[in-house]
Structures are given as structure tokens and as C-alpha cells.
Design a protein around this ligand. Structure first.
Ligand code: KG4
Ligand code: ZN
Length: 333
């Protein structure tokens, strides 16, 4: 107890998972590829793709978990933040499912779910716990007192770090989402070849928009003298830019850890899949005597297992929503 079906549809991944007594039984994700040529997610297309995907993905998740509908105790969905049309598909589906099956409905904050991705696998974090949440839409440093009680300590004032990856990738002609490809192209590249401006050490908040502009000018200037600059240097450009973003993220995280005296540290969200960030955090942890938590790759980028674990905690707290529930494009943590 309880057995919960969870649905995620906030952006361009249609996902469903089944959890039983806190254990993930299945975790199915269908990533939409239709957006690649547009350089970013097209909201209307994303919503339509979710509509087509949601029934087969849910069926697959139930099948893989060997659970039939009558065994479910609740159905959960991502309530926000995200693209409204995309969220609507998951929300409407979950409502109809709950109504037809006469089971309660649980609305989950997508960001809370990224934080609780650390509770899917063992070991789970010790408290107090600092989590650097890095995704396509958010960059936050969150202090957690327990799974349901947390406080934001640092946040980005403009772009998210995922956007900093994706927008630089777009400038380089790399299809969306650029982050994973920048990571791949960085392998074997010289990360010390190019230097980018580091925002001043003044606060725990982040800002990535200046960096994005600096990157654009850097590429434009070099293309003026060498038309093949990108092709000839792609690995070194990606490695240098990636390492720069990672150093900036970890500089603020280290500062927060010092100020709060917290030594249990983790990362979550799509960008936590980045190999340079995972390695650099591991090194920094050794230097600082931190105990660190890094989710498995499948739980970094958007997935429904993290919605399911959050729903599990909400179920135990009796935290349900009724049929009048609506999704929110903006939804504070
Ligand atoms: O958490 P997520 O899947 O969706 C949001 O909630 O936004 O994060 C997606 C972001 C995208 O910006 C993507 O480029 C980035 O995570 N990302 C990566 C890597 N894998 C995904 N960025 C850098 N390196 C990666 N390996
Ligand atoms: Zn996400």
C-alpha cells in the first residue's frame, strides 16, 4: 500500500509510472522528437503529441508493472509548472481515470518531484539536505528539512542553466535539446581552450543571460576570421563552455554549503545528467567532506517515477485534489 499510477506531461516527454509502497514497478518515457528541427519545444505540437501518446504509455506502464486498474489506490499527475496545453492533457486524463476508477487524485509540483527523485533509490538523503535543481526551466538551490519541507536559497534571475546549454547549442547549429549533445561533443575536447566571463561572486542567485550573449559574440567574432571556426573547434568549444557552466553552478553551491554548514548535497533535474557536472561534484565532495547524492540518469531528465514517489508521500499525508483542479503553467515550489 498504496499503489499509484503517475503521469508526467509538463513539457516534451509523455511519461507514466506505477509505484507500490514506495517501490517503482514501472517507469515509461516517450520523448518527443518532433521539436528537434524547431530549435525548441513547440507548445501546440507538444500537447497534440501527448494526446496521442498518453493512452499507450499508461497501458504500457500498467502492463510492465503487472498491475491492473482495479488494484490502483490513486492516480497522480503533474499539475505544473510547464506548458499549459501539455499539462492539460495529463490533468484531464488523470481526472477521467480517477473518476472512472473511483480513486483519489493527486496533483504534483514538477519541481518538488525533481527534488524527490533522490527518494526513488537508496541511499536516500540525510537532513538537512542541499539540492541543486538544474533543469530546462529552473536553476534553484533548495534546502530540505525533510521530503515535504523545503526552502529556496538561490535561484536564477533570468535563464535556466538548461537554457544556457540549449541556446548555445542552437548557436552552434546543434538540434534541440542541445544539452545532451553538448555533453557528448565535449568528450575528448580541450576544456581550457576558450574562456568565458564568470559572473561576479556577490550572491547565491544565478544569472545566465549575460553568458549566453557573450557566447553568441564569441562565435560571431571568430566566424568573421574563420568561416569554419565551429566545425574545426566544436569539441573544444563545447568542452570549454560546459566546464564554465559547471564551475559557475558549483561555485555557488559550494558557497551555499559553506554558509549553511550543510554537508549532505545533491543535484537533480535534466542538467544533473551532465557528465562534467557529475564528475566535478564528486571531486568537490571529496575536497569538502560532503556526502553526495546523484540520481541515476533515468531519474534526472523528466520522468514519471519522480511524480510517483512524490505522490506516494502526498498519499501518506492525505494530500489529494478534487475534480475542480486545474494545471498551472507557473507553479511555485
Ligand atoms: O528536467 P528536464 O528533463 O526538463 C525540465 O524540467 O526542464 O531538463 C531538460 C534540460 C534541457 O535543457 C536539456 O538540454 C538538459 O536538461 N540536459 C542536459 C543533459 N541532459 C539533459 N544538459 C547538459 N548535459 C546533459 N547531459
Ligand atoms: Zn523537469
Amino acid at each position: 500500500m498504496p499503489v499509484i499510477l503517475a503521469i508526467e506531461s509538463s513539457c516534451d516527454d509523455t511519461a507514466a509510472a506505477v509505484i507500490s509502497n514506495g517501490q517503482i514497478l514501472s517507469n515509461i518515457v516517450s520523448s518527443q522528437t518532433i521539436h528537434a528541427s524547431f530549435g525548441g519545444v513547440v507548445p501546440e505540437l507538444a500537447a497534440r503529441q501527448h494526446q496521442g501518446n498518453i493512452v499507450p504509455i499508461v497501458e504500457l506502464a500498467l502492463q510492465k508493472a503487472e498491475i491492473n486498474k482495479s488494484q490502483l489506490d490513486a492516480v497522480a499527475f503533474t499539475q505544473g509548472p510547464g506548458l499549459l496545453g501539455a499539462l492539460m492533457v495529463g490533468c484531464s486524463f488523470a481526472k477521467s481515470f480517477a473518476f472512472a476508477s473511483k480513486i483519489p487524485l493527486i496533483g504534483v509540483n514538477h519541481l518538488h518531484a525533481h527534488l524527490l527523485s533522490h527518494w526513488i533509490e537508496k541511499p536516500i538523503p540525510e537532513f538537512p539536505f542541499l539540492c541543486l535543481l538544474v533543469s530546462g526551466g529552473h536553476t534553484l538551490i533548495v534546502k530540505m528539512e525533510n521530503a515535504m519541507d523545503y526552502q529556496i536559497i538561490g535561484r536564477t534571475k533570468d535563464d535556466a542553466v538548461g537554457e544556457a546549454f540549449d541556446k548555445a547549442a542552437k548557436i552552434l547549429g546543434i538540434p534541440y535539446p542541445g544539452g545532451p549533445l553538448v555533453d557528448k561533443l565535449s568528450q575528448g575536447g580541450n576544456s581550457k581552450k576558450f574562456v568565458f566571463p564568470m559572473p561576479q561572486r556577490k550572491e547565491l542567485d544565478f544569472s545566465f543571460s549575460g553568458l549566453k550573449t557573450a557566447f553568441l559574440y564569441f562565435i560571431q567574432d571568430n566566424l568573421k576570421t574563420n568561416q569554419n571556426f565551429i566545425e574545426e573547434n566544436i569539441s573544444d568549444i563545447c568542452a570549454s563552455y560546459q566546464e564554465h557552466l559547471v564551475r559557475y553552478l558549483l561555485r555557488n553551491l559550494e558557497e551555499t554549503a559553506l554558509q549553511t554548514e550543510i554537508k549532505n548535497i545533491g543535484i537533480s533535474g535534466g542538467v544533473s545528467a551532465n557528465s562534467c557536472l557529475r564528475e566535478a561534484l564528486t571531486e568537490m565532495a571529496t575536497q569538502n567532506g560532503w556526502k553526495i547524492y546523484i540520481p541515476s540518469l533515468e531519474y534526472c531528465t523528466d520522468n514519471a517515477a519522480m511524480i510517483a514517489i512524490t505522490a506516494h508521500f502526498k498519499y501518506l499525508h492525505g494530500d489529494f485534489v478534487d475534480m475542480s483542479v486545474a494545471p498551472f503553467a507557473r507553479f511555485d515550489l
